[in-house]
Design a protein around this ligand. Structure first.
Ligand code: ADQ
Length: 483
């Protein structure tokens, strides 16, 4: 079996608490532990001047290599382009996207820096798997340096409508970068359709057999691989969490009130403002819920260095304060708003206690919290998932109460319905949801992606052909006309 090399911006280093890492990091680490491999990513450190060589370490079959980034490049790459331009646009928020050409140049510099430092660590048969929007150009940069290995890419966030994608001045460059991978994985079939539509309508490409596409003088493969969670493990964790003191404390503090829970990074894609407005609307329209329901919104601060996130933080603090100011009683606080993260074994217990999982992103690649909420439920007395139709997860979790997160009245009505739902209906809906999250797990996601990548035929690329270093495959030099 070929060695696996994973590239992602952040990684979980040995000694870092896995309990605090997201399910994805755990899933990737499991893949590396099984096959053996290298995890390559940013060290979390920036330097003035040129950063040094990657720091290497290893535990068991996993080698780690982490790279510092020059401080100015980091600002352009991470704050400027990845999170200032790509993230908002890909989440259909063009108004929040702040485009600067200098930021794009920094984004390319960091991708080149990563490719230069990764190349000496590679072996000829390594299977390389690159993660997320920070590294779209990485395969192009690796190919330029003569790397002929199979390289796959997975985009964790949505792919936007082509009409929005073309507002990026370098849309052709990024689209061509995606085709430099042997396989590009997206979260859902709808994402795949949007990217295909871009290739067909904007740049005159054509679809070939299977999931292949030809455009911009290149051929590539694009397919959907909906990400999942380690369902069994999370369900066990939630069950055990019922005996933890943290769970008992939350349960006692509710004094038999129903709990509605939201768990998100503090991000404008997650629809937090509308969620709070909807909770306020619930209390105003159905006063019988006053003093009977508590919303626990967990939202650790994220990307505090990006201006849009600082503004969001102020907005959500203001809203939570307003709802409490208007409705609280001496012995009841309607909204508990917590800016911190929790270990997974505590979070799992909180999710299990909640009668309603309130997951209402304005746009989300998948949303693993929705799947974790389902996995955490007590089969004999499960809660109800209220889920935005704009989360990737809505494509699979069709037995949730599916809502439009822009429609505050609809959100409030769905909350009311969920809180009143009789046990037999809750069980029927939950069984169907649990069936889905048990079939499509983090393991099936990872294995199906890697299998598809390993079975990718060498791409018959057009343009200048050069013999690959190890003679196994051919690759194209960068096609300047496509940039
Ligand atoms: P995120 O935007 O981070 O991920 P999500 O899919 O919900 O969103 O994953 C978050 C993970 O972090 C979950 O495992 C969750 O339990 C954990 N988490 C969130 N808040 C936490 C807290 N306060 N304490 C502890 N853990 C917390 C991106 C995309 C998503 C896509 C994932 C995976 O934006 O759309 O589903 O990647 O591909």
């Amino acid at each position: 079996m070929a060695r696996l090399v994973i590239v992602s911006n952040r990684l979980v280093l040995p000694g870092e608490k896995l309990a605090r890492a997201g399910g994805l990091a755990v899933g990737l680490r499991d893949a590396l532990a099984r096959r053996g491999g290298l995890w390559f990513g940013w060290s979390g450190e920036t330097t003035e001047g040129t950063a040094g060589e990657p720091k290497l370490s290893s535990v068991g079959k996993i080698a780690y290599a982490t790279l510092d980034i020059n401080a100015a490049d980091y600002r352009d790459f991470y704050v400027g382009y990845a999170n200032g331009a790509l993230w908002p646009l890909f989440h259909h928020r063009p108004g929040l996207s702040l485009y600067r050409r200098s930021a794009f140049e920094g984004y390319l510099r960091v991708n080149t820096w990563f490719a230069q430092n990764l190349k000496p660590l590679l072996q000829p048969d390594d299977l390389i798997w690159v993660h997320d929007y920070h590294f779209i150009p990485l395969a192009t940069e690796l190919r330029r340096q003569g790397v002929a290995n199979r390289i796959g890419f997975f985009l964790h966030i949505p792919f936007p409508a082509p009409e929005l994608f073309v507002t990026l001045p370098e849309h052709k460059r990024l689209a061509s970068d995606l085709l430099a991978y042997d396989l590009t994985g997206l979260q859902t079939a709808a994402d795949v359709r949007r990217l295909q539509r871009y290739f067909l309508e904007e740049v005159g490409g054509r679809t070939l057999e299977g999931d292949r596409i030809e455009a911009l003088g290149q051929k590539g493969r694009i397919a959907a691989f909906p990400i999942g969670i380690d369902t069994e493990r999370f369900a066990r964790t939630a069950d055990k969490a019922m005996r933890r003191p943290e769970t008992a404390r939350l349960s006692d503090s509710l004094s038999s009130r129903s709990l509605v829970i939201g768990v998100d990074r503090l991000d404008y894609s997650k629809g937090l403002a509308n969620r709070l407005e909807a909770f306020q609307e619930l209390l105003a329209r159905w006063p019988e819920h006053k003093s009977r329901v508590t919303l626990l919104q967990i939202a650790p601060v994220s990307r505090g260095e990006v201006a849009q996130y600082r503004a969001l933080r102020r907005e959500i603090e203001g809203l939570a304060g307003r709802v409490n100011g208007k409705f609280a009683e001496a012995d009841w606080t309607p909204v508990r708003y917590l800016n911190r993260s929790f270990p997974r074994n505590v979070l799992a217990g909180y999710l299990r206690l909640a009668r309603v999982g309130f997951v209402t992103p304005i746009r989300d690649g998948m949303n693993l919290v929705a799947k974790e909420y389902v996995a955490a439920q007590d089969p004999a007395d499960p809660g109800v998932l209220v889920l935005s139709r704009f989360a990737g997860a809505a494509g699979e979790l069709t037995d949730a109460l599916i809502v439009n997160p822009y429609d505050i009245d609809e959100l409030a009505a769905a909350l009311h319905r969920a809180l009143a739902m009789p046990l037999d209906q809750r069980i029927a809906r939950w069984r169907s949801l649990m069936d889905v999250v048990s079939r499509n797990t983090i393991k099936t996601w990872r294995e199906s992606f890697l299998q598809a990548l390993e079975s990718s035929p060498p791409l018959a690329l057009e343009g200048a052909m050069v013999e690959a270093g190890n003679g196994r495959r051919k690759l194209a030099s960068a096609d300047a006309s496509a940039k």
